[in-house]
Design a protein around this ligand. Structure first.
Ligand code: SF4
Length: 352
């Protein structure tokens, strides 16, 4: 596989492209103009472009399919250089706000749900991605390329704010090196300038890697897919829990450098008859004691072949009310893109 220009921080590109101002210009073409071929780079000398094109692709990600949901969610299928496929989701979080004269007072807000691996090793029982097993890690350029391609496809200017959640296919912390590189590339001032505060790493709970990510001090948020309050159920849902149990995750979270204005997000996938009772809610309150936490309750979305069911709205609300009454921030996530299977745990490779 050819390397791509999206694999490099500006400093690295400066070591490849001389003189250094040319590296900055190329960065501008890629991240501000979304150029995806060398011909577009008008002010770059032809001999330099010829030399680079022999060694490097620009964006290695090719959009091969797009599904648009009624709520504005767009699910993209990308083909990679080796023919493997992954999915990425464009989520509209807030509509554009207008004043009474029809002038825009606030533009719509978007989040991109990015994949970090082809398939996944973790094997969560409720997850479609897991059904296809693990194929390989994505490179930093393939992670970065998803965001560049989606911004371009949606005419989203480089300097418009976007949030990134590493919550697509794969366990991001299982591909920590490439993930960290992609985070740095996103943060580049001469590139997309997406601060760590706007990037959330969502993990199924590799406690040792949570520590490692914390030591890297990238300024990102973390979200933990907790889903259960006792190890027995959690190991049934997330087999890897046997190696990284609930206590080890909670202790790692307590050590993680968290921006004092922010909270750690705990995702809790609510499954009817499994973890939707008030006894579980009570245990959750106890478990998160002392952590500045926010709990995001997610309805389980049944898919063909699953043994699990969606909880009732009443049980969901009772669960939420219990947490709020006991001092936790708690939201119920409205699952976006249900009609196109773009919700959590529903992303997959093309033929899985
Ligand atoms: S839910 Fe996430 S961590 Fe679990 S198997 Fe699916 S992709 Fe992997």
């Amino acid at each position: 596989m050819k390397q791509s220009l999206l694999d490099f921080t500006l400093k690295e590109l400066t070591n490849i492209v001389k003189p250094s101002f040319r590296a900055k210009q190329i960065y501008g073409w890629i991240y501000h103009q979304y150029a995806d071929n060398y011909e577009d780079m008008k002010n770059i000398p032809k001999n330099l472009k010829d030399e680079l094109s022999k060694k490097f692709l620009i964006n290695p990600m090719k959009i091969v399919n797009k599904e648009i949901s009624n709520d504005g969610t767009i699910k993209y299928l990308f083909e990679l250089q080796d023919g493997k496929t992954i999915e990425t989701v464009w989520l509209k979080m807030k509509d554009t706000q207008y004043d009474k004269n029809g002038e825009i007072i606030q533009e719509a807000k978007y989040t991109i749900c990015v994949s970090t691996q082809v398939g996944c090793k973790v094997g969560c029982a409720f997850c479609l991605t897991a059904k296809g097993g693990f194929t390989r890690d994505l490179t930093a350029g393939e992670i970065v390329g998803q965001v560049v391609a989606l911004k371009k496809d949606n005419n989203h200017k480089h300097n418009r704010m976007i949030n990134i959640v590493y919550m697509g296919m794969g366990e991001p912390l299982d591909n920590l090196e490439n993930l960290a590189k992609a985070i740095e590339i996103f943060k580049e001032d001469e590139g997309l300038c997406i601060s760590g505060k706007r990037q959330t790493v969502s993990t199924s709970g590799l406690s040792n890697k949570i520590d490692r990510l914390g030591e890297m001090d990238l300024g990102v948020h973390i979200a933990i897919s907790l889903h259960a309050v006792d190890d027995e159920l959690r190991s049934e849902l997330i087999p890897m829990n046997k190696a990284h149990n609930i206590n080890s995750i909670i202790e790692a979270v307590k050590r993680f450098p968290i921006d004092t204005r922010k909270r750690v997000m705990f995702e809790y996938l609510v499954i009817k008859g499994k973890n939707d009772d008030l006894g579980s809610a009570k245990k959750l309150v106890k478990l998160l004691h002392g952590i500045k936490a926010k709990v995001n309750l997610i309805y389980f979305n049944p898919y063909p072949g699953t043994n699990y069911d969606r909880p009732s709205k009443e049980d969901m609300i009772a669960f939420q009310e219990y947490l709020v009454k006991h001092g936790l921030l708690c939201t119920i996530r409205d699952s976006k893109g249900i009609d196109i299977s773009a919700a959590c745990g529903q992303l997959k490779e093309k033929n899985v």
